[in-house]
Design a protein around this ligand. Structure first.
Ligand code: 4PL
Length: 243
């Protein structure tokens, strides 16, 4: 008996990192999970039993349309959409140029719009849906070397609040989860790996965050029982920051 029994969920960016932990958690709660990722082989490998892997570039409208259509064709429904796919850069302000700005916006914001736009259609038709968007606690602190990423995640927060007002009448909730710095394949292979010691000093719980620390907050908001919670930001960062 899981809180996602009988449900079908899409998790973008789920071949690795936080997305993969979310896909595993939703599957453990009984969902059939579509793992969507730019890394198609990784998506296939990460798909839990009863799930599907799909190669999807969330910044491509054709890809996103196909992701939603194939999910509904295969399972007959879409109950939950978790928008995790994002680029997590590390660029000092002096080195940040317009091309890099646009690259981050294409994935982190255009991708979010496309997934919500197309993913909310079958939810509206069914009169039920759960959308969970991955934000970040950087929107609360203005963390350095991430100006374009912080801007994109600020967009995720604003869009979450606005979309919740648009589609609540169709039985669809829209919420955001804001992790802090988390140990993943991505962060450990980047300059962010140097920040864990500093970040831990700011947390109430002084240890390194891992992807499995984030997934339960997402699973709650993706479940039926969270139906009275919408347009909210749940900060899952060991108490580093407050909104
Ligand atoms: C506190 O979301 O939340 C670095 C890189 N440090 O991506 C993040 C903190 C990073 C963060 C993040």
């Amino acid at each position: 008996m899981g809180k996602m029994d009988g449900r079908v969920a899409i998790v973008t960016g789920a071949a690795q990192g936080i997305g993969r932990a979310i896909a595993d958690k939703l599957a453990a709660e009984g969902a059939r999970v579509v793992v969507a990722d730019l890394n198609g082989a990784g998506a296939e490998a990460a798909a839990p039993e009863g799930g599907l892997g799909m190669k999807v570039d969330v910044s491509s409208e054709d890809d996103v349309k196909r992701m939603v259509a194939d999910t509904v064709a295969h399972y007959g429904r879409l109950d939950a959409l978790v928008n995790d796919a994002a680029i997590v850069p590390f660029v000092a302000w002096d080195d940040l140029d317009f091309a890099e700005w646009k690259r981050i916006m294409a994935v982190n914001l255009d991708g979010l719009f496309l997934c919500c736009h197309h993913g909310s259609r079958p939810m509206r038709d069914a009169g039920y849906g759960r959308i969970v968007n991955l934000c970040s606690n950087v929107v609360l602190a203005g963390t350095p070397n991430l100006a374009h990423y912080v801007a994109s995640k600020g967009g995720v927060l604003g869009f979450t609040r606005a979309l919740a007002r648009e589609i609540g009448k169709h039985g669809i909730t829209v919420n955001a989860v804001a992790p802090g710095l988390t140990e993943t394949e991505g962060t450990m292979a980047s300059p962010h790996a140097e920040s864990f010691e500093f970040v831990q000093m700011l947390q109430c719980i002084p240890r390194r965050g891992v992807a499995a620390d984030i997934a339960p907050s997402v699973a709650f908001l993706a479940s039926e029982e969270a139906g009275w919670v919408t347009g909210q930001l749940l900060v899952a960062d060991a108490g580093m920051s407050h909104n």
